[in-house]
Write a protein that binds this ligand. Structure first.
Ligand SMILES: *Cc1c(COP(=O)(O)O)cnc(C)c1O
Length: 365
């Protein structure tokens, strides 16, 4: 069996250090916003080349708090339109709804699956005040184009970097190329905790001060509440775990890229459309996504060959029951992509032999 993502194996590499961190946390008993959170926030800000990093309870909360922070600062107001990619994990769109803003769904570039600036430009309205770009599957979006657009139309540019920890281009690293970025540390992400977690990275000192209050009951000083906040703190123990795992992130991403290159060079099958990749560090391959005409048939083949798979994602957000206000919209490109895509196994703990087995199998499909 070729596992899609062997979480046990991924975390077992750090077992001793993780157990030590847990034991130290029990000894210290400082469970909420302790030193581990501050330490990890500093380390991750420095990793992303941003001035600030604020821990949150999840990636969704990180996105929502960025938007609520800008509302609090008067840079966004209820009803403002926010551009989001139509093909994304639903969290991107939920964050806009949770902040009482209006998501405008834009079709992606069909090669990169990411927002491109020309497609966004066509959808701009007077009420459009922000763009959330998602670095989907780990590949950076059209940063240069979107930065220019944000500048030309005075829009906030926000990154959903939940799949792109460490992705890098000449304009900077994921998390540092916009007004503010959200990361998730859901266990399966390239940097994953042993539970839920997230962060916001930013160079904006006002936003930093605001979201720091918002995540903790609007409070800096215990029992003194300055603004209406919520409870969305990064768990101190998870922060300790993340500090341990951060040291291996670049190596892990390098391994993912190597596997992806191998797949791209050696999978030779006209029935499979392989992902677009420019051979640079702008992709950290959170997912290796291929397209196929008859996905049900391909799934049967993978199962017979004991190769695990996933679909990121089977139902586009605008067709979800939860988003029934959007169900009437037609987004043909997004709908087509969702019918054709499937993700193959990729992870830093996959062996060369596992990779070879996948390649050999796919070449016989
Ligand atoms: C995982 C993910 C999120 C949400 O992160 P959580 O920590 O699960 O809340 C948001 N956006 C994208 C693109 C994601 O992949």
């Amino acid at each position: 069996m070729i596992k899609f993502l062997d979480l046990y194996k991924i975390n077992d590499r750090f077992r001793n250090e993780l157990e030590e961190a847990f034991s130290k946390s029990l000894d210290d008993s400082h469970f909420i916003l302790g030193n581990n959170v501050t330490k990890f926030e500093n380390e991750f800000a420095s990793y992303c080349n941003t001035k600030y990093c604020i821990g949150t309870a999840s990636g969704l909360d990180a996105l929502t708090l960025i938007l609520k922070g800008y509302i609090h600062l008067g840079k966004l107001k209820r009803g403002d339109r926010v551009i989001v990619p139509a093909n994304t994990f639903i969290a991107t769109i939920l964050s806009v709804l949770h902040a009482d803003l209006v998501p405008i769904l834009v079709e992606p570039n069909s090669e990169t699956y990411n927002l491109s600036s020309d497609m966004v430009r066509e959808k701009l309205q007077n009420e459009t005040k922000a763009i959330i770009m998602v670095h989907l599957y780990g590949q950076l979006a059209d940063i240069e184009g979107l930065q220019q657009l944000a500048k030309d139309y005075n829009l906030l540019l926000i990154e959903d970097a939940a799949q792109a920890h460490g992705a890098l281009c000449n304009l900077g690293k994921a998390g540092s190329v916009s007004n503010a970025a959200a990361f998730s540390f859901y266990p399966s992400k390239n940097l994953g905790a042993l539970g839920d977690g997230g962060v916001i990275t930013t160079n904006d000192s006002e936003l930093f001060e605001t979201v720091k209050l918002l995540r903790n009951y609007g409070s800096k000083e215990k029992y003194k509440n300055e603004i209406i906040g919520c409870n969305s703190r990064l768990d101190d123990l998870q922060a300790a775990f993340l500090s341990i795992k951060l040291k291996s992130l670049d190596g892990d991403n390098q391994r993912r890229r190597k596997i992806a290159k191998n797949y791209i060079e050696r999978i030779n099958n006209s029935k499979l459309k392989l992902p677009f990749y420019d051979d640079s560090e702008n992709h950290v391959f959170y997912a290796f996504v291929v397209e196929v005409d008859d996905r049900d048939d391909f799934i049967k083949f993978l199962s017979q060959n004991k190769i695990e798979w996933l679909v990121h994602y089977p139902i586009p957000p605008h067709q979800q029951q939860a988003l029934n206000d959007f169900n009437y919209i037609s987004l043909p490109l997004t709908e087509k992509i969702h019918k054709r895509i499937i993700s193959l196994p990729i992870s830093p703990v996959m062996t060369d032999q596992d990779v070879q087995i996948v390649i050999d199998a796919l070449n016989t499909y």
